[in-house]
Design a protein around this ligand. Structure first.
Ligand code: FAE
Length: 528
């Protein structure tokens, strides 16, 4: 009886909270500038606005990751995931679903605003980071500058020389990019898995290249030497790193807060954007608690609005705004030009003598670079699979030059935004990855692994991406600087500007483009 009464009380509370949607917001705040999202695009905007003396509020739906749990750590590892791992799930949803076809990878967890989200659309899921720092909290830290010729192909209206002279170096320096010491790389057990993959690429006549990282390699070497607490060497990555990684909360966002002009509000999810008669923007944000319950709504007014919710976060907000009529003049290209950066994950089975090592660093440092092969351009990251056991698996995240693009649509009944990506579009990426890795297997007399992506003997994981790109493409949905067409003082600064593909891991490009936007906007648009 008592339990029923409690349930009724909870039920009543929920109903009254749900009805808060339609009712007056519980708080109204007006600020000169608002930034939605605290990933790369949002963090650059926040810092540069703060430096310009403009009072700025950043709204982030995830939490601030600075408090240790009962185990004394802020983040959990991939081998022992708990509620901190994923965004309101009852079970983890790791990219690698099985090992030897066994369901041993994923674990039951209790729902919580965890750091990694897997947003599921019909034929594509998108992994994204949630929290102050966005994707920087969960990514592999690979800080790659794209090939200049491919950048120019993707952004024909951008001054490429200026990007490579000014904004890429600025982004790399702010992000704290560094490279692995080649001598240590050649000798350490922690990168044996990479050296084996390099050998197999070389046997195939393929080129490999070191890739820079935002993981502090000096720290990693201390981890290996036993003089620093292990993080990359302790199976920490997609659910966060407790040490070593220069995430945005330690770089751009720390500097932004240091200006004294920037405030970050966490666990606030922007639901809608509209425009007031005086031309200012009005945002409604749901405030959630650790159970995901909406505990209130807040309304924000601002003169300058910067969208840094990431490719799917920003695009969903703008598609909903156009289709529901709150920003009806948005360009028809908003919601188009989306791609998965050609992502495909796969594993190869090595010969018994080609051991990959029990010990593997979680931070990739090398790629197989066959992008110059016009018949089949692929850049494949040599990815770790750290289990603490020898498993003879070489794992890769292939980035293929898949030309397929998809659009988002709005379902007015449910208010949901859907992504029209099809399985056939993923098959194009698979075809390209297969061509490259068939060559590698032939040259080394090896085969694929069939046991890693579920029960169906799936070799190529083509139904998820780490690199969502596009949706509000630069020069189409916006002008050449991310100013949204039709709406003065509304800007996009994140991965939605990149037209579906950039040929390498994307965060350096996203950061550099955001730097370019802010440099221009602060000079031209904020004059009194
Ligand atoms: P992002 O970093 O996703 O930030 C968006 C932020 O906005 C998030 O914090 C959201 O929670 C927040 N947000 C979204 N919607 C709302 C809303 N309505 N209200 C309030 N807040 C909102 O966007 N890239 C590389 O270059 N190298 C790598 O090694 C690499 N590895 C990766 C590994 C994994 C597992 C994943 C998931 C991604 C990886 N990436 C990597 C991709 C990279 O992290 C991604 O391209 C960037 O994070 C995208 O930056 P954005 O600024 O576009």
């Amino acid at each position: 009886m008592a339990a029923l009464q409690t349930a009724a009380a909870l039920g009543f509370t929920r109903v009254s909270l749900a009805s808060a949607h339609a009712a007056e917001p519980d708080a109204v705040e007006s600020v000169p500038a608002l930034v939605v999202g605290s990933g790369y695009g949002g963090a650059v905007a926040a810092l540069r606005l703060g430096e310009a003396g403009i009072r700025t509020v950043v709204l982030e739906m995830g939490r601030l990751w600075n408090t240790a749990g009962p185990d004394g750590k802020v983040f959990c590892s991939t081998s022992a995931p708990d509620r901190r791992s994923m965004w309101f799930r009852t079970r983890t949803e790791a990219p690698l679903a099985t090992f030897l076809w066994l369901d041993v990878v994923n674990k039951d967890i209790s729902p919580y605003p965890g750091v990694l989200d897997r947003v599921r659309y019909d034929h594509m899921s998108v992994y994204v980071g949630r929290g102050v720092g966005g994707g920087s909290l969960v990514n592999g830290g690979m800080a790659v500058t794209p090939l200049q010729s491919y950048f120019a192909e993707q952004f024909p209206t951008v001054d490429t020389a200026e990007m490579y002279r000014t904004y890429f170096p600025r982004a790399r320096s702010m992000l704290g990019v560094n490279t692995v010491d080649p001598a240590w790389f050649e000798s350490t057990e922690w990168y044996r898995f990479t050296r084996i993959s390099r050998k197999h690429a070389t046997n195939t006549g393929l080129k490999t290249t070191f890739v820079p990282s935002v993981y502090d390699f000096a720290h990693m070497q201390r981890e290996a030497a036993g003089t620093a607490t292990r993080s990359a060497l302790a199976q920490e990555v997609i659910y966060g790193n407790n040490h070593g990684k220069r995430t945005l909360d330690k770089t751009y966002l720390a500097a932004a807060l240091g200006t004294g002009n920037v405030t970050i509000h966490t666990l606030e999810k922007v639901r809608s954007i509209s425009r007031a008669p005086d031309g200012t923007y009005v945002l409604t944000a749901d405030r959630i608690d650790d159970t995901g319950t909406v505990v209130g709504t807040k309304e924000y007014g601002c003169r300058y609005l910067f969208l840094g919710g990431g490719s799917i976060g920003t695009t969903e907000l703008l598609v909903r705004a156009r289709e529901s009529g709150t920003l009806p003049a948005l360009d028809p290209s908003v919601g188009t030009g989306w791609g998965a950066n050609g992502n495909v994950m796969l594993g190869r089975a090595n010969h018994l003598w080609d051991t990959v090592g029990e010990n593997q660093s979680t931070m990739p440092v090398m790629g197989i670079d066959d992008w110059a092969n016009a018949a089949n351009p692929v850049f494949a990251e040599i990815a770790p699979l750290p289990t603490g056991l020898e498993h003879w698996v070489s794992l890769y995240l292939a980035i293929t030059k898949n030309p397929e693009r998809a659009s988002f649509t709005y379902d007015s009944g449910s208010g949901a935004v859907r992504l029209g990506w099809s399985a056939a579009q993923s098959a194009v990426s698979v075809g390209m990855a297969k061509k490259l890795f068939d060559r590698i297997n032939r040259a080394n007399a090896t085969i694929y692994r069939y046991d890693l992506f579920g029960s169906g003997n799936k070799v190529f994981a083509d139904d998820f991406t780490y690199h969502p790109l596009g949706g509000c493409v630069l020069g189409r949905a916006t002008d050449d600087y991310g100013r949204v067409k039709g709406y003065p003082r509304l800007y996009v600064t994140d991965g939605s500007l990149v037209p579906g593909s950039i040929g390498v891991n994307p965060f350096v490009t996203i950061t550099a483009l955001a730097e370019r936007t802010m440099a221009r906007v602060l000079v031209e648009d904020t004059a009194p």
